[in-house]
Structures are given as structure tokens and as C-alpha cells.
Write a protein that binds this ligand. Structure first.
Ligand SMILES: Nc1ncnc2c1ncn2[C@@H]1O[C@H](COS(=O)(=O)NC(=O)[C@@H](N)CS)[C@@H](O)[C@H]1O
Length: 439
């Protein structure tokens, strides 16, 4: 992509309304634009990151056996009256009336709707287990939206819903999602720690939050340092093997870890001082088992092996892709800007022409652009007539993993300068070798 033809509204100064670094950097890097309280437009650079984050979430949900669907954002209140949540949900729910005066709402979550889909088609335990998920916008009228997309009112969520004959099946489904989450966050360069959590308006009796440790996190968390050493399940994890998956969950739920609401001072006190880690954290995922909480009032049941009807045992599993982008920046930035983990970077390479308009520099850049693209790199080519200092500052701000810098002196000897954004390491390479050196 040529920057001269892109739309990257970089801000020179720091927006004063931004309280935390991720909000500041997302605004300055031209990733988002606030449209109202807790409501944002995703501009081209931000949208590319959001799509990459969603693709990783999707791949790991699919690997765990979940099936992707897409449900509407606007829901009928009638469904929520069946579960009894229409009145309980409170002021966070955005309630709407259509032209026929029917009560509607902008969905904050989809347990009722997905249960309606399930009960309409599935009648036998032979069709279980089933896990349906979607990645869809939600609205929660937060009393105090803040920190940019970290706590917004309209936000993107991957929400998955599992259906099983009984608790044993539902726990196996819960474990598959648990392990899927460990993989998902790791692929984004994040260290997420699963913590026993409160179940809140979603309900149920078993729940874990996945927390990224970050100084600006809204949650106070407590955990055993052992988590920092645990290895994350690999691509060869067999999600069909309940025992293997259960073993991984046991390994990741044995050391102490709890959010403030669930903190147990006695258990914490029993830990050796050196093992205790108390920190602020950002909740990027939250999973719940809630059995028959929705299936019973909504009549979602299957015929069991005994020929009798059984209300299905359910769970729901959420990840916040839009919040995740802020969490990644909180966990990966420096004083010059964002440092994207390669898996979610909007582009791989910032190709910087220090002297746009100079025939030799232009020719070298055009050739490199073609070679790097042909080698599979996504290149953002700064072909603008901005002065070099401004180009370097912008490249550091938007945080692409690599910078390839072309200037008159280097071109004269057939060389480019390469900078690795994360480490700041710089080295020169012959133009013909650049594509190979970016690894
Ligand atoms: N106001 C918000 N802004 C941005 N992300 C949010 C917001 N509220 C929740 N999230 C994200 O959405 C995830 C799931 O939200 S939740 O309430 O915990 N869980 C549910 O809604 C369940 N239905 C899971 S399917 C959270 O872990 C968080 O990453």
C-alpha cells in the first residue's frame, strides 16, 4: 500500500481526553475515531488489526470444534422475557421500540437468541455436543465508558455457546474453550492468566476470566508466579480427547489465581511470599458454565439415551476483539509508540523513502516494494514528501515490526538500512538481500 494513496490520519499532539496509553496511541496512530460516548469508528489501520485479531480468534474457535454463525444485533424483547432477563438486565440494556411499537433491544449478549436457534432444530442427544459462535457487535450502556475501546458502549465480541446432554459433557465443552483461549491469546503475543471469576448477569456457578497483566488494568488480580512459566498447548492439541484437554485445564487451574471478587486471603497467605503476584489486569475473555439457566425456561431439550427429555446443559464463552487491541498496546509499546506483535500487525514492513522524487531512491523503493510483496510481506510504502524525521516518527508510532529505509547514500552503494521496531536493532543489507533478512 502506498501511503500517498492511503488514509492514515496521524495526530501530532496527544488528545487530552485519552487517559491511558492505548487510547492515546490508537487515536494518534489514526486507528479509531470517537463518534460518541463509548462509540468508535475503525479507520483503515485499526480495521486491519481488528480483522487480524478476529481471524486468530476464529481459527482457534474452529480448531476447538465450534461452528461459526452470525446472529443479528437487534433482538426481540420477547426472547428475553422468556428467560426473565429482560427486566433483570438493568440500565445497561439499550431498549428500542420499532414502528409497530414492539419492544426490541440492541443485544448485549446472545444466550437467549442462540438457545432459540438450538431448540428449533436439535431434539436428540445424538446431535450433541454442539458449540455455536459468532463475532458480532454488542451494545452495553456502560454508566461510564472510558479508556477508548477498552470499555466502550458498542464493542465487538466473539461469543460462543455450548450445548450438552449433561454436566459432564458441558464441563468437557468448557474445558475445550478454556484451552482454546490459552492458545488464542498466546498467538497475539499476550500472556493471559485464567482466574476464577464471578458470574454476574450471565449467571451460572463456574466461570473463569482471562486476564492480561497491565498496570492500567481495571481489575485487581492475585496469582501464583508459577503461571508465568506454564507452557501453552500447541497446534497438535487434540480437542477431541477430553482427558488430554481436562489435564491441561487442571494444570492451569491448580496454582492460585483469583480476581478481587473471588480472592481468598487464607489461600493467598498459604503461598510463599516469593510466589505471590498481585497486579492490575485487563479482562480479555470470560467463560461461564450455567447449566439449565436458559434451556429450562426456554424449553431447549433433547431426548436422552434413556428416551426421556433432558434440558441441555449450557455454557457461554466471550472474548472482546476490540478490547484486545487496546490490551495488546498496553502490553506492547514504548515511548515512541505501538510495538505490534507480528501476528496482528496491520502491515509487516514500513518502507521509508527518505527522498521521494529522487530517481534512484524511487526506483530502489519501487523494486523493493515489488520484491517484499512478492515474498508475502504486507508493505506500507511511505512515498510522501514528508521530511525523514517525520517519517521515522510515524513509523515508530504505528509500530510495524520492520522498517526498511532507503536514502541517497545507501542507494549509491546498493544498500538499505533495516530496523527491527521491537528491539530498535539497526543493520544495513544489500538491496537484493532485504527480503531474506526480514525474518
Ligand atoms: N464495555 C466493553 N467494551 C469492550 N469489551 C467488552 C466490554 N464488555 C465486555 N467486553 C469484552 O467481552 C468479553 C465477554 O463479555 S462478558 O460479559 O464477560 N461475557 C459475555 O457477555 C458472555 N455472553 C460470554 S459469551 C469480556 O471478556 C471483554 O473482553
Amino acid at each position: 500500500m502506498r501511503l500517498s494513496r492511503y488514509f492514515l490520519p496521524i495526530l501530532k499532539e496527544t488528545p487530552r481526553e485519552a487517559e491511558i496509553v492505548s487510547h492515546r496511541l490508537m487515536l494518534r496512530a489514526g486507528m479509531i475515531r470517537q463518534q460518541g460516548a463509548g462509540s468508535f469508528s475503525w479507520l483503515p489501520l485499526g480495521k486491519r488489526v481488528l480483522d487480524k485479531v478476529c481471524q486468530i480468534v476464529r481459527e482457534e474457535q474452529n480448531r476447538a470444534g465450534a461452528l461459526e454463525i452470525l446472529m443479528p444485533t437487534i433482538q426481540s424483547a420477547d426472547l428475553w422475557r422468556e428467560s426473565g432477563r429482560y427486566d433483570d438486565y438493568g440500565k445497561e440494556m439499550l431498549r428500542i421500540k420499532d414502528r409497530h411499537e414492539r419492544d426490541m433491544l440492541f443485544g448485549p449478549t446472545n444466550e437467549e437468541m442462540v438457545t432459540e436457534i438450538f431448540r428449533s432444530y436439535v431434539k436428540s442427544y445424538k446431535d450433541l455436543p454442539l458449540n455455536l459462535y459468532h463475532i458480532q457487535w454488542k451494545f452495553r450502556d456502560e454508566v461510564r465508558p472510558r479508556f477508548g475501546v477498552m470499555r466502550s458502549r458498542e464493542f465487538l465480541m466473539k461469543d460462543a455457546y455450548s450445548f450438552d446432554l449433561d454436566y459432564e459433557g458441558a464441563k468437557a465443552a468448557y474445558n475445550r474453550m478454556f484451552v482454546s483461549y490459552l492458545r488464542t491469546f498466546t498467538r497475539m503475543g499476550l500472556k493471559a492468566i485464567p482466574m476464577r471469576a464471578d458470574t454476574g448477569p450471565i449467571g451460572g456457578d463456574l466461570s473463569h476470566e482471562f486476564i492480561i497483566l497491565a498496570d492500567t488494568g481495571e481489575s485487581q488480580v492475585f496469582c501464583d508466579r508459577e503461571f508465568l512459566e506454564l507452557s501453552v498447548p500447541g497446534e497438535d492439541t487434540d480437542f477431541a480427547n477430553d482427558a488430554e484437554i481436562g489435564g491441561i485445564v487442571k494444570q492451569w487451574t491448580t496454582p492460585y489465581a483469583a480476581t478481587e471478587e473471588m480472592h481468598d486471603e487464607a489461600a493467598w497467605g498459604a503461598l510463599p511470599e516469593a510466589e505471590r503476584l498481585s497486579a492490575r489486569g485487563i479482562e480479555v475473555g470470560h467463560i461461564f458454565h450455567f447449566g439449565e439457566k436458559y434451556s429450562k425456561p426456554m424449553g431447549a431439550k433433547v431426548a436422552g439415551p434413556d428416551g426421556k427429555d433432558h434440558f441441555v446443559s449450557m455454557g457461554s464463552y466471550g472474548i472482546g476483539p476490540s478490547r484486545l487491541i487496546a490490551a495488546i498496546i498496553e502490553a506492547s509499546h514504548d515511548e515512541n509508540g505501538i510495538i505490534w506483535p507480528e501476528a496482528v500487525a496491520p502491515f509487516d514492513v514500513a518502507l521509508i523513502n527518505m527522498k521521494a522524487g529522487d530517481a534512484e531512491c524511487d526506483r530502489a523503493c519501487d523494486e523493493l516494494y515489488r520484491e517484499l510483496s512478492a515474498a508475502g510481506h504486507d508493505v506500507l510504502y511511505d512515498d510522501t514528501d514528508q521530511r525523514p524525521g517525520g517519517k521515522f516518527a510515524s513509523a515508530d508510532l504505528i509500530g510495524l515490526p520492520w522498517q526498511v529505509i532507503i536514502g541517497p547514500r545507501g542507494v549509491a552503494v546498493g544498500e538499505a538500512e533495516i530496523k527491527r521496531r521491537r528491539s530498535g536493532e539497526r543493520f544495513t543489507a544489500p538491496l537484493a538481500e532485504v527480503a531474506r533478512r526480514l525474518s
